[in-house]
Design a protein around this ligand. Structure first.
Ligand code: HEM
Length: 216
């Protein structure tokens, strides 16, 4: 079908998805503009906390979306969703940068001593920082040039870190909310479903590797 052909999706689908994924950031900027103008906005009485939470939520959503693309592609038996994987992954990094900028600027006013103390003392910040640090090499090596430089196998191995990042991000959320709260558990369940959906493939690959080793 012409509408869903790969060239069509490359040419028109990508800019549309790019614009759609930018909407949350645009909503945030719009709300801050309203707040500065003294107009009613959705940031509430604590705009700093609202920004932290909004950007944290969207980082996690983008991460889960990026993780959902390969299973979706398998489910549809089509490589087309993969066209959008790099973009979604980079958006996860973009929202993570906004999240950290919001924390460093609005929460801590760039008081680096306090930031360091937070990282050492508040475990959920330590865990969030670990997730962010792991995300950096994935964003840097997301280009075709890096796939070539590292070799496809090594590149894929490195990018498996996205599963660990997902787990750390969910732990960060659960710890940050404290006590029993449903919302972080919903994200944890989605992540678990995405991880479980990959298990049969991992088992198949491990068996193939073992067979090859035995034959050798
Ligand atoms: C990939 C990395 C990260 C992800 C996916 C992530 C995600 C989240 C999520 C989902 C929340 C909860 C939002 C809500 O309550 O609705 C949150 C809260 C928070 N995160 Fe992160 N985070 C990440 C990294 C970090 C880092 C590196 C820091 C700080 C150095 C950080 C600091 C915070 C803080 C301070 C809050 C609490 C917000 C508040 O109540 O004011 N996060 N994060």
């Amino acid at each position: 079908m012409q509408l869903l052909s790969v060239p069509f999706l490359r040419r028109y689908g990508k800019p549309v998805v790019f614009a759609l994924l930018l909407v949350p950031a645009a909503i945030l900027v719009h709300n801050w503009w309203l707040a500065f103008e003294g107009l009613p906005n959705d940031l509430g009485f604590n705009p700093q906390e609202a920004s932290n939470r909004f950007t944290g939520d969207w980082t996690l959503r983008m991460l889960l979306l990026a993780l959902a693309i390969t299973p979706l592609s398998k489910l549809l038996n089509s490589p087309k969703p993969i066209l959008f994987r790099r973009m979604v992954g980079l958006y996860a990094f973009f929202y993570a940068c906004l999240h950290i900028a919001s924390y460093l600027w609005l929460d801590k006013y760039f008081a680096w001593g306090e930031v360091w103390a937070d990282i050492l003392k508040r475990i959920y910040i330590t865990v969030g920082m670990a997730a962010f640090v792991l995300l950096i090499p994935l964003a840097v090596t997301s280009t075709r040039g890096w796939v070539r430089r590292l070799g496809s196998k090594n590149w894929q191995r490195l990018h498996k870190a996205v599963y660990a990042i997902g787990v750390l991000a969910v732990i960060h959320f659960i710890m940050m909310r404290k006590g029993f709260q449903v919302e972080p558990l919903i994200y944890a369940a989605i992540l678990a479903a995405l991880l479980i959906s990959r298990v049969p493939e991992w088992v198949r690959k491990a068996r193939r590797r073992n067979r090859k080793a035995a034959a050798a």
